[in-house]
Design a protein around this ligand. Structure first.
Ligand SMILES: Cc1ncc(COP(=O)(O)O)c(C=O)c1O
Length: 425
């Protein structure tokens, strides 16, 4: 058997000077140690993983899984991609971190690249962060700099866990333990144009925050025409249109940004976009992209900052990720494979599958019963990582390097699910 198929992790090369942590131990042993050392915010880990390669990961017992979640829409290039690994290593071995009193060519080239992909006009600027929630914090501050405090967001929204991003997040269970949150945020019903129009008739609005496809809420694309109307309304009322593309951006939907899909964005140019997750291919990187003057200059010197944001290694990771996506034609692959996968799942006609939706490789499988957690648990046992993002929805957000053959093994798994699984639900 090849080393790949046995799934045992490789011994660390001796370049670490003997300082790398040992990976010896079973999943059960590591899980026990986890519960004593790591704060219980996520619950017990489903498995303790020791390595990855391409679209596969291996746990500490040597079991292999097809990673159809990609670190929640992060691992665009899969695991241990050689180009990404080399870019990060080379940058770290040259210039790893500098303060933001200084800049690096890598950071500047990355910022320029991002503006190019975003189709941002002259005068646009980015603010670089380490995560999605930080990108949304920056966007929240951008909105406050309009001089207005009323912000609109959507029911079902998820924008992150820090206080500003949490204020924009709709789910009561996430918000309530931490109130009072920064004020001024009002939620309007998802995809309801008339409700949005009515909301703009009230007090002046600073900004409308919206995900082109709600990810955490179950992979729900905005209805056609909604974003275009939101653009008209924000423009009419002097408000910012801020798109949260943390989950949907960087090629996940087959275009660099989901709003660039004609049936979602209808060609709208937003005032700001936030991005993270797939941006660094697994290395923590985020960004706020502010479109044109005066939006790009609303936050001035000394009004925002970060120690790590935009550091050379993160910037190199992002540039390498973008470079591989372009070099290997991964946007086209994401579009094609996404379509084929959705079609194949729908064509199963499995009584447990109600619909399949999404764009590119952000896919929501809507079930006919509230058994998504049970199906995800069965999938894991069968060697597939998927996510029950809500009781009736399985979310897939696999690496862009996933092959048709690999995807097909999951379709076969679904096909074999007992038809009466939801009977007790
Ligand atoms: C749409 C959206 N915005 C923001 C975030 C928060 O990003 P992070 O977890 O990197 O802080 C997420 C994370 O799931 C997200 O899906």
């Amino acid at each position: 058997m090849t080393e790949l198929s046995t799934g045992r992790h490789r011994a660390a090369a001796p370049v670490d000077g003997g300082l790398a942590p040992t990976v010896d131990g079973s999943v059960a042993q590591w899980t026990d140690r986890y519960t004593h050392a790591v704060m219980d915010t996520f619950g017990a880990p489903q498995r303790v993983l020791v390595r990855g390669e391409g679209s596969y990961v291996w746990d500490a017992d040597g079991t292999r899984y097809l990673d159809l979640l990609g670190g929640i829409a992060v691992n665009a290039l899969g695991h241990a991609h050689p180009t990404l690994t080399a870019a990060i290593s080379a940058q770290l071995g040259t210039l790893g971190h500098i303060s933001n009193f200084f800049a690096s060519p890598t950071q500047i080239a990355f910022a320029e690249r991002l503006l190019g992909l975003a189709g941002a006009p002259a005068g646009s600027r980015v603010f670089l962060t380490n995560s999605g929630t930080e990108a949304n914090e920056a966007a929240f501050k951008l909105a406050r700099r309009t001089g207005r405090t009323r912000i609109l967001a959507l029911e079902g929204s998820f924008h992150g866990r820090s206080m500003g991003a949490l204020a924009l997040t709709h789910k009561a269970a996430y918000r309530e333990p931490f109130e009072p949150l920064p004020g001024g945020v009002e939620f309007v019903p998802f995809g309801d144009t008339a409700a949005l129009e009515a909301a703009f008739d009230g007090e002046p609005v600073a900004a409308f925050f919206v995900e082109p496809i709600q990810g955490e809420a179950g992979v729900l694309p905005l209805p056609p025409g909604y974003l275009a109307r939101a653009r008209e309304l924000t423009r009419e009322h002097g408000a910012l249109l801020i798109l949260d593309e943390v989950q949907t951006g960087m090629g996940r939907t087959g275009t660099w940004f989901a709003h660039q899909l004609p049936h979602i964005g209808a060609g709208v140019l937003p005032d700001a976009v936030t991005v993270a997750k797939g941006l660094g291919g697994g290395f923590p990187v985020g960004a706020l992209i502010a479109y044109g003057d005066p939006v790009a200059t609303l936050i001035g010197r000394g009004q925002h900052g970060t120690t790590f944001g935009g550091n050379p290694v993160a910037s190199a990771a992002a540039l390498a990720t973008i470079g591989v996506i372009e070099r290997d034609g991964l946007l086209e692959h994401v579009t094609g494979l996404g379509e084929r996968l959705r079609t194949r799942i729908a064509e199963l006609g499995h009584p447990l599958v109600e619909t399949v939706r999404g764009e590119g490789l952000l896919i929501g499988i809507e079930l006919t019963a509230a058994i998504a957690p049970q199906i995800a648990a069965r999938a894991l046992e069968a060697g597939f990582v998927v996510n029950p993002c809500r009781p009736t929805t399985i979310r897939l957000a696999p690496p862009f390097v996933l092959t048709d053959e690999q995807a097909g093994t999951f379709v076969d798994f679904l096909a074999a699910l007992p038809h009466d699984l939801g009977a007790d639900a």
